[in-house]
Design a protein around this ligand. Structure first.
Ligand code: SF4
Length: 325
């Protein structure tokens, strides 16, 4: 275990009363259903949109839906047509280091895979060996994404205090790929001036290339009132103030289920993306700017959604459009 903060959380068992499977709010994931094994997330990333929901439990509280496997089984049995793919956890992390939570994640994943349903997930935690063994048995049905922005321990402590350290996440990637499982990197949310310094990018991309990575999906930090409040509350003021000031004059757009999402001004994102592209290219890596999170720009469909092979309607660019190629 790691992430000092994870020890402040005592997971509490709770009952899931509502529907377990629900539609994914991200446009490129249309047709994919999602489920969440907990309410709350001990990884406690300071920029987390899920922690910023008014109904999200405060930092330190974590509720594990221990009846989720039974409810999932009943829901799947009632379905006339099974979903093609299910995302494990869109508002929490499926691999937080608590045995009760990991047991629920395991049972849910196994149930889906045994029925031939593709399982996709994004994690900043450690993936235990028994999951790698499970996923290896159903290689063709698993699409893994590892969230990784920086190898810098200072960034990790400040912005993602309860997550697994970067080298552990690189280890996930190595073990998944060695077991023949499709695993890629989500480089999101980039924080201009913090995570996109050339030397840090160079180190990161060198490490990723060593693991065989040739493309990364890139997203940028966005804010809503709750996220801005988390940043103010949980970051040192000397970090939060300049970070939030970058949003001045940033467009308000519809991202995921919220039409009141403030993005960084396009020129900041473009400048930053050029830096990322330059550093990535040095190591033979192609960065893909995620279009769901940059609806005002000429961005692309990220590799994570392409791996699921769903056709996606092209959204019309409504705002300023800056060429990225
Ligand atoms: S791991 Fe994901 S869900 Fe958990 S706090 Fe971080 S961003 Fe939020």
């Amino acid at each position: 275990m790691w992430g000092d903060l994870a020890y402040d959380y005592l997971p509490v068992s709770t009952e899931r009363r509502s529907q377990v499977l629900h539609p994914f709010a991200i446009p490129c994931m249309q047709g994919v259903l999602a489920l969440n094994v907990t309410r709350g997330c001990a990884h406690a990333c300071v920029y987390c949109y899920a922690r910023a929901y008014p109904e999200a439990p405060p930092r330190g509280q974590l509720f594990v839906y221990e009846n989720l496997p039974a409810r999932l089984e009943a829901e799947l049995a009632r379905m006339r047509r099974l979903p093609r793919a299910v995302s494990l956890c869109t508002a929490t992390d499926p691999f937080q280091p608590f045995p009760s939570l990991l047991s629920v994640t395991y049972q849910a994943a196994e149930m889906l895979l045994r029925r031939g349903i593709t399982v996709t997930f994004l994690t900043k935690g450690f993936i235990p060996e028994e999951f790698i063994a499970l996923f290896a048995r159903f290689q063709d049905l698993v699409r893994a994404r590892i969230g990784l922005l920086s190898l810098d321990p200072g960034y990790h402590r400040t912005f993602e205090p309860g997550t697994a350290p970067p080298e552990v996440r690189l280890g996930n990637l190595r073990r998944l790929r060695a077991a023949g499982i499709a695993a890629g990197i989500r480089h999101d949310p980039v924080i201009p001036g913090v995570t996109d310094k050339p030397e840090a990018l160079d180190r990161l991309f060198a490490a990723l290339r060593k693991e065989g990575i040739t493309s990364v999906d890139v997203g940028y930090l966005y804010i809503r009132p709750g996220i801005a409040q988390l940043l103010r509350d949980e970051l040192p003021p000397a970090v939060a103030r300049p970070l939030l000031s970058q949003f001045r004059s940033g467009p308000i757009e519809e991202v995921a289920a919220s039409s009141h999402t403030q993005l960084l001004p396009p020129e900041i994102r473009v400048r930053s993306f050029f830096k990322i592209r330059e550093a990535a290219r040095e190591h033979g890596i192609v960065p893909i700017l995620c279009r769901c999170k940059n609806p005002d720009m000429r961005a692309d469909r990220c590799q994570g959604s392409r791996d699921l092979a769903y056709p996606v309607p092209r959204r019309r660019v409504r705002q300023l459009s800056l060429p990225l190629r």
